[in-house]
Write a protein that binds this ligand. Structure first.
Ligand SMILES: [Zn+2]
Length: 346
């Protein structure tokens, strides 16, 4: 079994709008960070799998897929911030198929961990709508693939992007077989992800939201990663963990207000990976979502993979020059109360 495998999107530069923050350089800098960290060349790059219509249409409505394909053929925007180009449709299919290839390799055991450099990103895309730079919901399609094609029964999706993954939450809101947990800046785009959004029907209790104020950083994420996520995952008992990874949580990000360092981001993802090793036969796959500072993208990704491979790493960007806020403490207290996680720890 290989330690890690990657998906890298060919020709993704053709999905591009001048001046837009979701730009090709993001993925190129992530790759450069992995190359410079010597964790890129030794490991396999997987080809995107072809998406069957049946799978695509179980996540997105046929009318939406039709609309997206037509808009892309003319390079029309889907909304004010979500552009397309004539290549976007095939690149969105490629990204989703790449995420699925990585999930498949991890599920089948040819690779312990997978990292899909999915672009365009996916977690804001709902069943019926493109938004927030996202066209197809890559991580939702991968979760659905594992369930429908591989027979998985319980998949956990953890979303550490700065933004709430409203699309992923929506798609699985009434489902008992997919657990969704998101940490995100709040109030902020897209405006969803409140503590009281917990799922419905068979999905009741399978959605967990941790909306954190701007200024939250290393301390907040360490507390959540140590005290909140493990007991919730224990209750769900996933067979595999999928991570929506956005480096817009880093303190340098131009859109975000979190003060997370690359070192602690790597540490908390490493913690999730350890959980997967202890409880999910090591099955852990990472999907790139947002992140708009190129240095942060390069170094968060390098640190994350080094942590997973248990190689030493120093964070050259260091901690946020601005102090972390304290507002997260009362949020975590409320989350713990809602989920009966005990009140003794901070
Ligand atoms: Zn984001």
């Amino acid at each position: 079994m290989g330690a890690i495998s990657y998906f890298y999107p060919q020709r993704h530069e053709a999905h591009f709008q001048p001046g837009h923050p979701e730009r090709p350089e993001r993925v190129e800098e992530v790759r450069r960070g992995l190359e410079e960290g010597k964790v890129w060349d030794p490991f396999p790059k997987l080809k995107a799998l072809r998406l069957e219509d049946e799978l695509l249409e179980s996540v997105h409505s046929p009318s939406y897929l039709d609309r997206l394909q037509k808009a892309s053929s003319q390079g029309q925007a889907m909304d004010l911030d979500t552009y397309t180009t004539p290549e976007s449709w095939s690149l969105a299919l490629q990204a989703a198929g790449g995420g699925i290839a990585v999930a498949d390799a991890v599920w089948e055991g040819s690779s312990r961990v997978g990292f899909a450099l999915t672009r365009p990103p996916g977690h804001h895309a709902t069943a019926n709508r493109a938004m927030g730079f996202c066209l197809l919901n890559n991580i939702a399609l991968a979760a659905e693939y594992l369930i429908q094609v591989k027979g998985a029964q319980r998949i956990a999706v953890i979303d550490f992007d700065l933004h709430h993954g409203n699309g992923t939450q929506d798609i699985f809101y009434d489902r008992g077989d997919v657990f969704y947990l998101s940490t995100h800046q709040s109030p902020f785009y897209p405006g969803t992800g409140h503590i009281q959004e917990t799922g419905e029907g068979e999905g009741e209790g399978k959605t967990v939201n941790i909306p954190l104020p701007a200024g939250s950083g290393d301390q907040a994420f360490q507390a959540i990663s140590n005290k909140v996520i493990p007991p919730l995952l224990d209750q769900f008992s996933p067979e595999m963990i999928l991570l929506s990874y956005g480096f817009d949580t880093h303190w340098r990000d131009p859109l975000g207000g979190f003060r997370l360092s690359a070192a602690v981001y790597a540490e908390i993802i490493g913690r999730l990976d350890r959980y997967a090793r202890e409880h999910c036969n090591g099955k852990f796959a990472i999907f790139l979502e947002g992140g708009y500072d190129l240095q942060a993208g390069k170094l968060c990704s390098q640190g994350m993979v080094k942590e997973i491979l248990e190689e030493p790493w120093e964070d050259p960007l260091g901690k946020s020059p601005r102090p972390e806020g304290e507002g997260w403490k009362s949020v975590i207290q409320r989350v713990k109360e809602r989920w009966s996680l005990g009140k003794d720890q901070s």
